[in-house]
Write a protein that binds this ligand. Structure first.
Ligand code: AMP
Length: 253
């Protein structure tokens, strides 16, 4: 596996592949890879001649400095996992490479998609996400880029960005990979104690219950209560929204 650390070198390498008629797939990540990330890489490998996985823990999308500091960074293990998956290129830039001094501030009009749901609880998060993904995809396009449905709002926001910025990027939304007990895989799960892991299962249980019952009266408030009555679990939000504008809808029959 080739390791590239600058945007310029990535662009040159990929341009060369494209000149030889090869298609390019990109999987942006923050590392601490797990089977969810690897499923994206495998999907990219199935659909493209050359696959790049990017690993960059992007500071501008963290609004909690403690979360940024604690974010796991097991880079040697990540390299091994990617090599084993036969990923062709790892793009591994540092912060100076992604954010050179004196760059203009980033402010993309996301038409409110960035201020609801997760965005309401993490101000600036989606501005940071679009800022870094814009840079990554600009170095890689034309390409197909793979993202997980676990972060549905992120996918929606990125689709909006690709559209308004007229980027030559085809976006693919990939299924959520879960632990055998139902917990969605996440790099942050390493922070959970066995007891916390157990309590977190209320999320997948509640979502699958809601999937069966969402057209019934009071299903949403019942689902919220299921989460709220779990000791040690605090609910930020649970809403039923339309998948395009991310606005609450009433699915009552
Ligand atoms: P992250 O490293 O958490 O920023 O995630 C990088 C990409 O992997 C994003 O597109 C995520 O949506 C995706 N991803 C993270 N966890 C999972 C999962 N459990 N299943 C599928 N995709 C995932």
């Amino acid at each position: 596996m080739e390791i590239i650390t600058t945007r310029k070198a990535l662009k040159e390498t990929l341009d060369q592949h494209r000149r030889s008629g090869r298609s390019v797939g990109i999987v942006p990540t923050m590392g601490a890879l797990h089977a969810g990330h690897i499923s994206l890489v495998e999907r990219a490998l199935a659909g493209n001649d050359v696959v790049v996985c990017t690993i960059f823990v992007n500071p501008t999308q963290f609004n909690d400095p403690n979360d940024l500091e604690r974010y796991p960074r097991p880079i040697e293990n990540d390299k091994k996992m990617l090599a084993k998956t036969a990923c062709h290129i790892l793009f591994l830039p540092d912060a100076d490479e992604m954010y050179p001094e004196g760059e203009p501030a980033w402010n993309l009009d996301l038409e409110g998609l960035d201020t609801v749901l997760e965005g309401a609880h993490r101000p600036g998060h989606y501005q940071g996400v679009t800022q870094v993904v814009y840079k990554l995809l600009s170095a890689g396009m034309p390409c197909t880029a793979y993202f997980g449905q676990k972060d549905y709002q992120q996918f929606r926001v990125l689709a909006h960005m690709v559209d308004v910025k007229k980027m030559e990027v085809n976006l693919v939304r990939c299924a959520i990979v879960r632990e055998p007990d139902g917990l969605a895989m996440s790099s942050r799960n390493v922070h959970l104690s066995p007891g916390e892991h157990e309590r977190a299962l209320v999320l997948s249980r509640t979502l699958s219950w809601l999937q069966q019952h969402y057209t019934e009266r009071d299903a949403l408030s019942e689902a919220r209560a299921m989460i709220e009555r779990t000791p040690g679990v605090e609910l930020d939000y649970l809403e039923i929204v339309d998948g395009n504008r991310m606005e609450p809808v009433s699915p009552l029959k």
